[in-house]
Design a protein around this ligand. Structure first.
Ligand SMILES: Nc1ncnc2c1ncn2[C@@H]1O[C@H](COP(=O)(O)OP(=O)(O)OP(=O)(O)O)[C@@H](O)[C@H]1O
Ligand SMILES: [Mg+2]
Length: 250
């Protein structure tokens, strides 16, 4: 089997008496969508933050792209190809779709904001930005102000911005949240194709989406992963059914 791109090994994190992550082990393999599900407060976002670098584990290690990144900052992990999406606030609402994508591509070169104007005529950055917009299907919106996009389109633009950094993984925390049925459906179709670009660790409450998209699912309950398996395995797992899916399926 190929090596995982992302390996979480024995990660634990407590907030006072609350154990938010209890000896977590998790792998993300090339080409897969690995869904992380669990009830509210189970510790899903806390785990994502420890993987992306926003929060330090009390113990355990995170390996990414063949190296131990546990001591690296969020920015350093991003430069290594850890793409984190759907922080809507990171888009510049007054800028056009293309300008936001160029800003993302600029991050790839380690340049800073004040070079923004020349960047807009830099062929290499523009190519990178246009390629990313094409991948997410937003190329025809390149001149539209970001504030005028729908909620779903902004999420696609977030992915485009992440794509300009040529990510090796995507970490997504509830990308469907707040999208209507149609918006969720469109985003699902899009994520489906995205796994071939980079594997996705997907935190999502929408179980229809999870069951339709995921190659594997890990179930987190009270800070502990109680099961990892395929959609079929997780659906049939008695412990998962009673701990999490039980109420809906009973
Ligand atoms: N910075 C913090 N300080 C103290 N407690 C925290 C902190 N962050 C999270 N928690 C607690 O840790 C637990 C896990 O929270 P987390 O946000 O990771 O859950 P979650 O699985 O993402 O939930 P949701 O599905 O509602 O998003 C919760 O009990 C939460 O209140
Ligand atoms: Mg959360």
């Amino acid at each position: 089997m190929t090596d995982p791109v992302l390996e979480v090994r024995g990660v634990s994190k407590s907030f006072g008496a609350l154990i938010a992550s209890n000896d977590i082990n998790l792998d993300l393999y090339p080409g897969e969508i690995h869904a992380l599900i669990g009830p509210n407060g189970a510790g899903k976002s806390t785990l994502i933050k420890q993987i992306s670098g926003g929060l330090r584990p009390d113990s355990g290690r995170v390996h990414f792209a063949g190296r131990d990144v546990t001591d690296l900052s969020t920015a350093a992990r991003a430069r290594l190809g850890m793409g984190r999406t759907f922080q809507i606030s990171s888009l510049a609402m007054d800028y056009t779709v293309l300008q936001n994508a160029v800003l993302g591509a600029l991050g790839h070169r380690g340049d800073v904001f004040r070079f923004f104007r020349p960047a807009m005529t830099d062929p290499e950055l523009l190519d990178r930005a246009r390629d990313s917009l094409e991948t997410v299907g937003l190329e025809e919106f390149h001149a539209v102000r970001t504030s005028e996009l729908s909620h779903g389109q902004r999420r696609q633009l977030e992915v485009a911005v992440a794509l300009t950094l040529s990510p090796k993984v995507f970490l997504m925390d509830e990308p469907m949240a707040g999208l209507g049925g149609e918006g969720s459906h469109r985003l699902m179709g899009f994520l489906d194709g995205l796994r071939s670009q980079a594997p996705i660790l997907l935190v999502e409450h929408d179980m229809d989406a999870v069951f339709a998209l995921a190659d594997r699912i890990s179930v987190l309950v009270y800070g502990e992963i109680i099961a990892t398996g395929t959609v079929g395995e997780i659906r049939e797992n008695p412990e998962v059914r009673s701990a999490y899916l039980g109420e809906e399926d009973a």
